[in-house]
Design a binder for this molecule. Structure first.
Ligand code: BGC
Length: 715
């Protein structure tokens, strides 16, 4: 079969009728041209002595794959990532709008806001000349020390899949290809290049894989990036089970699988289902370059697979309608910052509000703002996803001082707007002082002379490293305790990429989780503190009370030198996060789904509506005196012969004081079912099922039960 026709046939088989492959140009693609689409470089000039020679249409960023000019196939110009057009290790100085941490998007429980964020970063990416965003992180936050949890969307497969899927849809609505990543089980960063994630297939299907499955259904990303780590033996990018069987056969995924940067170890990855080698300078060999061409020319089966892989890339280009030419459009930075601010305002979680200290009165006269570089900006997460706004970082704190290439990477960056300035703008007649949090006594002294003390506390996370523990670093706990002892009207604002322990919790009045707050974090935080916005965020990740509550109190391999593979056994299976706390009868510090506001809500009786898949109906009333948004959640509590806590759905309801609304939520049957390995599908046993509508995973307001018939769902 001529190679070009194979691409056409493959594309039709993939369901892309009238797709790119139909053009006469693509029908003429040679094997060599197809291979040229299957590998690309890291388009950042960081290797001393090995300068990059990129063609004029390349853009400095994460990746570049040359197009085929004679066939009108555009180059792939790839940028990191989920939070905006990334800084590219300081190589991009043009600046971009940062979304808050993806945990904030997840905490909003709002697909609309996730979509808007995705569309915004895609418009900016396109204006810089990129047509692929390596954005769409959906690995589960299995461990609250996970170094990339801030780039991911929480611990629950439904929430993660829905929010990541909406962000992906938003990105692609602007004709930029999105990339679901890191497939799969890249849930810890320790030894990420060689650790072996060990998990039984049913548990994987019901947790991490389900998050990806839902994200793909919701978002239809053109690309998916396989992970660095091994999964049950083989590397994720070389796993026939993950790529060929689950992704391409069971889920009928029509896009292409690109590797993570430096994640390919053998040419046989192609047979396992990998379609494209990315960041090829980081691999030991360029596996999908000349070596692959030679193999394809000698072996018809390899050639057919090469043409199919290229066809997947063309199909995705066509599906998303990417721009072939250079930069398009000019970003409206003010409008983009407003999108980021909205996401942050909806994602901030009010954790504690003793004596209704919040919202602060705008008549407050003396405010002591302490710590967290709140005079400069908000904390950002480190690594490839790092975004820096126009004008460069507001403050940079080097973590390593060796001056080597690593020092650029290990720099704690504060950016976006300054919370201190936003607080001053909110209360122009108040005296607002700022004190760094270097010395507890100095911070306490500032607090003593104020009506209100607001302490900003930070926990930096970076790709490639997990946290050693959940304590706030750099003596911040001591500062908060000293401030709280000096002034009972203390509010702590957390800018963290993960949960933290709070030994001072009972001593402070208010606690606000602001995550990494994005381009307009200062304003968003001030608007929450002073009540211009009623907090509505809900935790997408449980906050443990102690490390001993975790399935793995110690991270396997932590602190050991890089080297041989070691297992990370996910013995908790699909009982991730709140499900684990329920199964192990532990009480976390703050449960999944939890968040306070400045009004109150009541939830009425839960009714289950008949049907093969249960759907639920219940009334919600705003019983307080301010307008506000509630996020009631539906949980499965138990199935025949087992107790099992699982989020089945939620609604986001904005109500005026006194207003009541009847809410309907439909469950995804896969969350009621279990994966039955022998039958290769989702099985619902017949019998009595128990459900609840709740304000968090630890607070079941109203319960009901229903008899469900047997059901089997093929994947
Ligand atoms: C990260 C990816 C990123 C890629 C390109 C890798 O180290 O794991 O998330 O997209 O680099 O920068």
């Amino acid at each position: 079969m001529p190679s070009g026709r194979y691409v056409f046939a493959a594309a039709l088989a993939l369901g892309f009728h009238g797709c790119y492959a139909e053009t006469s140009a693509s029908r003429q693609m040679t094997t060599a041209e197809a291979v040229s689409l299957l590998h690309g470089v890291l388009a950042i000039d960081i290797f001393p002595g090995h300068p990059l020679h990129l063609p004029p249409d390349a853009v400095t960023g994460a990746g570049y794959v040359p197009g085929i000019a004679r066939l009108g196939i555009p180059s792939l110009r790839e940028s990191d990532a989920s939070l905006g057009v990334a800084f590219a290790l300081g190589q991009r100085q043009d600046g971009a709008t940062a979304l808050p941490s993806s945990l904030a998007a997840a905490a909003s429980f709002s697909q609309d806001l996730a979509f808007a964020g995705g569309a915004m970063i895609a418009r900016e990416a396109r204006s810089h000349g990129f047509n692929v965003l390596l954005a769409g992180g959906v690995d589960l936050a299995r461990d609250p020390r996970g170094g990339r949890n801030f780039e991911y969307v929480g611990e629950d497969p439904l929430l993660a899949g829905m929010i990541a899927g909406a962000a992906i849809r938003g990105i692609q609505s602007e004709h930029v290809i999105a990339t679901a990543k890191h497939y799969a089980l890249n849930d810890l960063e320790t030894g990420r290049g060689f650790h072996n994630a060990v998990i039984a297939e049913p548990a994987a299907r019901e947790s991490d894989l389900l998050a990806f499955e839902i994200a793909l259904e919701q978002g239809h990303p053109g690309a998916i990036m396989c992970a660095y780590n091994r999964v049950n033996g083989p590397y994720a990018c070389e796993s026939p089970w993950l790529l060929n069987d689950v992704l391409k056969r069971d889920w009928h995924y029509p896009g292409w699988v690109m590797s993570d940067w430096g994640a390919v170890h053998a040419i046989t990855a192609l047979d396992a289902g990998l379609d494209q080698e990315s960041g090829e300078q980081l691999d030991d060999h360029v596996w999908f370059g000349d070596a692959l061409l030679k193999k394809a020319e000698a072996d018809p089966a390899t050639r057919a697979r090469v043409m199919e892989a290229a066809g997947r890339i063309l199909a995705a280009m066509k599906q998303v309608g990417i721009a072939g030419d250079g930069p398009r459009g000019k970003p409206d930075m003010a409008a983009d910052a407003a999108v980021s601010q909205l996401q942050e305002e909806a994602g901030i979680v009010l954790l504690q509000n003793t004596g209704a200290i919040l919202p602060l009165s705008t008549g407050t006269m003396r405010i002591a703002v302490i710590g967290g570089h709140a005079d400069a900006g908000g904390l950002t997460g480190g690594g490839s996803s790092q975004v820096v706004g126009p004008g460069g970082p507001a403050a940079s704190i080097p973590i390593t001082t060796d001056g080597g290439p690593g020092s650029k990477w290990f720099t704690e960056i504060f950016d976006g707007t300054s919370p201190l300035s936003a607080i001053r703008a909110a209360v122009p007649h108040a005296s607002v002082t700022f004190t760094p949090s270097r010395y507890p006594a100095q911070a306490a002294e500032a607090a003593r002379h104020a009506d209100i003390a607001i302490v900003f506390a930070t926990q930096w996370n970076i790709e490639g490293e997990d946290l050693p523990d959940l304590a706030l670093p750099d003596g911040q706990d001591a500062v908060i305790s000293a401030v709280a002892a000096a002034n009972p009207h203390t509010v702590v604002v957390l800018e963290t990429g993960n949960p933290v322990l709070m030994p001072w919790r009972s001593k402070v009045a208010g606690i606000v989780e602001a995550w990494y707050p994005g381009a307009r974090g200062g304003q968003a935080i001030a608007r929450i503190l002073f009540g211009a916005v009623n907090p509505s965020g809900r935790l997408p990740i449980s906050f443990p009370a102690a490390l001993s509550q975790l399935p793995r109190p110690q991270i396997p391999g932590f602190g050991q030198p890089d080297g041989a593979s070691f297992p990370v056994v996910y013995s908790e299976g699909s009982d991730v996060g709140y499900r684990w706390y329920a199964a192990s009868h532990a009480t976390p510090l703050y449960p999944f789904g939890f968040g306070l506001g400045y009004t109150s809500f009541s939830i009425g009786d839960l009714k289950i509506l008949p049907g093969r898949t249960p759907s639920f109906s219940f009334p919600v009333t705003n019983t307080g005196s301010r307008p506000g948004t509630d996020t009631p959640q539906i949980y499965l509590l138990g199935a025949p012969n087992r107790t099992q806590l699982r989020l089945l759905g939620w609604a986001r309801v904005t109500l005026q004081p006194g207003e009541t609304r009847q809410v309907h939520v439909t469950a995804d049957p896969r969350l009621i079912a279990n994966w039955e390995q022998a039958k290769h599908g989702w099985s619902i046993e017949p019998g009595m099922y128990r459900f609840a509508v709740a304000e968090s995973a630890a607070d079941m307001s109203s319960r009901a039960q229903a008899l469900l018939p047997a059901q089997f769902l093929a994947p």
